[in-house]
Ligand binder design. Sequence first.
Ligand SMILES: [Zn+2]
Length: 124
Amino acid sequence: MPREGVKQINITMAKKTHDKLRKAWESEETDKKLSSWVLDTLLLYAEKEKWLKNYAPHLVFVGIDKNGILLRDRHLRDSIVEVKLLDNRLWCQQCSEKNCMHVFYAIGLQQIAKVEDPERRIRK
Ligand SMILES: [Zn+2]
């Protein structure tokens, strides 16, 4: 019998995804159960996305380039701005800076985890 104020969902995922999540959960050394940790993480993700939209409503994620994030900036007449990862630092091609709104926004995106540093790739 379902408890009051509680909804239940079942999530099926690939073993590979489960293993990655379990590894991340184990590295956090939390008292939460894996399922609670996954749900809390998803909720934080949704809240963070909402926060980013309020923080920079003029910026929109467009995609990932070879080694950077592409953004559309309404303040720059919908120009595409590229934030590149170079030598383990994010660098805005538009502003020629590492401390601009585009860089801060890019850091907040989940997709930043998929960007590769070409310098590190060469060193491997
Ligand atoms: Zn910038």
